[in-house]
Design a protein around this ligand. Sequence first.
Ligand SMILES: [Zn+2]
Ligand SMILES: [Zn+2]
Length: 266
Amino acid sequence: MGNNTMVGGYTQYLTRVQGMPPNAVKSIKKKTDNFVFAKHGERKANTIAIATLYKEKDKGGLSLQDIEAKNEAIDAMRVRTYTLPPPLRPVWCKLADRMLAKAAVKKYRNVGEKALINPFLQGWKVNLSAAGLPRNLKRMMKVGYKYHTRPTPTGATKKIMEQMPIWYHTGAKPKLVSIYGDSWGVCQREIHGIMYVGEMIEHTERLSAPGCSLRKNCKCNNCKTDRARGCENPTKCRRNAIKKLDNISPEWDPRKTTPKEAVEDD
Ligand SMILES: [Zn+2]
Ligand SMILES: [Zn+2]
């Protein structure tokens, strides 16, 4: 069995499944070093640096596999799978969502765990040393952060913009127009169950529903329903929702897309 089969073949399948522990990387590197230089377990200096051997044969190397680079590539693949659109995501991604939310850095938990939907779609951060966060997810996040994985608004349709999580939006302005943790923010999340940009827009659109008096005791259906659920003042709550939407920078704001784009999207 060639060394590359050993280093790169058998180990990669398992790494894809569970992530390679640091001790295994160290052990494989040591075995590789021992095998390539025929040291038979002896400790002696290498005549050629191991980094040279990773190079291709025509560049003076042996095309030896760089196990760390390969592991990083596997973690990057995991990031790619994790960030696939919802219908294409395998089941493990849903479990990962919950485990990552539980490992969120404390200051981001003011919106509640449920609103922490995806650390790559939103601006909240995962505590990489959180107890209980599986090693493979730690590695995935580490690589994701290393390469600044985040969605870009370029080419995003109105529909995609509406499907983005509203809380800790990736395109939030550096200084928020309206904070997330105020009483309206709590009402929007807990009473109205608003998690996505599109849902927040629907909330604001009830301000212009026919028959709404915009008064605290308005008798229109929307206001009655919202008050019955526990919203103290639906009109104020909806007006605040406009401010929450104003937290999003214009390139991510579906209210600001041109009519042409909006038509193409439907
Ligand atoms: Zn009303
Ligand atoms: Zn409300």
